[in-house]
Design a binder for this molecule. Structure first.
Ligand code: DOR
Ligand code: ZN
Length: 355
C-alpha cells in the first residue's frame, strides 16, 4: 500500500500499526455542566482540536458567552491532554455582524453555526429565514469566517428523509449564489444529493461526514426493533446514500473531512416515548472511521480526511503530533456512565493506541 506521507504515515511490514498526523474533530457537541465533564476527555484524547457546537441552553450567541464556555471546557479537560476547543457562535435572527467580527477578531469564535429554527436539539432560537441573518453573512464573507450549516428544511410537509435534499434546493443554492466568497461547511451530510452538491461547488464549500452515517444506514435503526441510540439528525438514510458518503469520504477529495457530530444524551432521554436525537461516538471515533476506511481499502486516505483537509479548509495549521491505531479487536462497552456509545457491544478491528 502506498504511503500518504513518508514522514507521518508509517505502515509497518506486518501492517498492524497505522500512524497518522494528529486529527481534529470539525463538529462535536461537548455539552455543559456534568455532561461536559463526562464526555470532553473522550474527544480530547483522540483529537488536537474540535469545533464545538453552540446549541447549549441558552445558546452561545455572544463573544462573552463563547469565552466563558471555552473556559469551562478547558477547566474540564484532563491537564495531561493537549486539546484546543474551537468555539462557534449560534446564529439567531437579526444577530449583529459586528458581534461576530468582534468574537472572531478576539480569537473566541472560529466559525458560526446556522440552525434552521426547530430543526434539531436546542434549535428553537435558530434562524427562521436566511434573509434574517444578512448582516452576519455579509460580515462573515468579508472577514473569512466560516458558516457551518445544519442543512435541513423544517417544513413538516416535507418527508423527514428528504429534508436535506430539499434544503439544498430551497436554501443552499441561493446562499452559495448570493455569497460566492463565503466559506461554507455543509455539516454531517447524509445524502448522495449533498455529496454531489459539494463536489460541484467551488473550493469555498466543504462538508463533514460522521462515523455513524458512514457505518450504517436507516435499516440499522429498525433492526429487530426500534433502536433509539441510532436516532440522530439528519436521520440515517437508505443504503445508496450511505454508499455515496463512503465513496466521498474515502475519495481523497479535500472537500470532505472528519466531523463526528458526537452528541451525547443520557440513556433515559433516548429510551423513552419521545427520544432525543444524537449518537455518542466520541470514545471510539477514530476506530470507527478506521474500520470504514479499511473496509473500503482506503486506509492510506484516512490521514487526509482526518487530519489534513479540515485545517486546510479553515486556514489553520495542520497538527504536528501523531496518533497510532493498532489493528486488533476492541469491544465497545454497552454503556459509558449514563450514556450508550455508538457501536455499543460491537467488536471493532482497530484500537486507538495513543497520541
Ligand atoms: O442528532 C443530532 N444531535 N443532531 C443534531 O443536529 C444535534 C445533536 C444534539 O445536539 O443532540
Ligand atoms: Zn451536531
Amino acid at each position: 500500500m502506498t504511503l500518504t506521507d513518508d514522514r507521518l504515515v508509517i505502515r509497518r511490514p506486518d501492517e498492524h500499526l497505522l500512524v497518522i498526523r494528529k486529527p481534529d474533530d470539525w463538529h462535536v457537541h461537548l455539552r455543559d455542566g456534568e455532561m461536559l465533564g463526562h464526555v470532553v476527555n473522550a474527544t480530547a484524547r483522540q483529537f488536537a482540536r474540535a469545533i464545538v457546537m453552540p446549541n447549549l441552553k441558552p445558546p452561545v450567541t455572544t463573544t462573552a458567552a463563547g469565552a466563558a464556555y471555552r473556559d469551562r471546557i478547558l477547566a474540564a479537560v484532563d491537564p495531561a491532554l493537549d486539546f484546543t476547543p474551537l468555539i462557534t457562535c449560534y446564529l439567531t435572527d437579526g444577530i449583529a455582524g459586528d458581534e461576530l467580527a468582534r468574537g472572531h477578531g478576539e480569537g473566541v469564535f472560529t466559525a458560526a453555526k446556522l440552525y434552521p429554527a426547530h430543526a434539531t436539539t436546542n434549535s428553537a432560537h435558530g434562524v427562521t429565514d436566511v434573509a434574517q441573518i444578512r448582516d452576519a453573512l455579509e460580515t462573515m464573507q468579508r472577514i473569512g469566517m466560516p458558516l457551518l450549516i445544519h442543512g435541513e428544511v423544517t417544513d413538516s410537509h416535507v418527508d423527514i428523509f428528504d429534508r436535506e435534499a430539499v434544503f439544498i434546493e430551497r436554501t443552499l443554492i441561493g446562499l452559495v449564489r448570493d455569497y460566492p466568497e463565503l466559506k461554507i461547511v455543509f455539516e454531517h451530510i447524509t445524502t448522495a444529493e449533498a455529496v454531489a452538491f459539494v463536489e460541484a461547488s467551488g473550493a469555498n464549500v466543504a462538508a463533514t461526514i460522521t462515523p455513524h452515517h458512514l457505518a450504517i444506514n436507516r435499516n440499522a435503526m429498525f433492526e429487530g426493533g426500534i433502536r433509539p441510540h441510532l436516532y440522530c439528525l439528519p436521520v440515517l438514510k437508505r443504503e445508496k446514500h450511505q454508499l455515496a458518503l463512503r465513496k466521498a469520504a474515502t475519495s481523497g477529495n479535500p472537500k470532505f473531512f472528519l466531523g463526528t457530530d458526537s452528541a451525547p444524551h443520557v440513556a433515559s432521554t433516548k429510551e423513552t416515548a419521545c427520544g432525543c436525537a444524537g449518537c455518542y461516538n466520541a470514545p471510539f471515533a477514530l476506530e470507527s472511521y478506521a474500520k470504514t476506511f479499511d473496509e473500503e481499502g482506503a486506509l492510506d486516505r484516512l490521514e487526509g480526511f482526518a487530519s489534513d483537509f479540515g485545517p486546510d479548509f479553515y486556514g489553520l495549521p495542520r497538527n504536528t503530533g501523531s496518533v497510532t491505531l493498532e489493528r486488533t479487536a476492541v469491544t465497545v462497552p454497552e454503556r459509558i456512565g449514563d450514556v450508550v456509545p455508538f457501536h455499543a457491544g460491537e467488536t471493532l478491528g482497530w484500537r486507538f493506541a495513543g497520541a
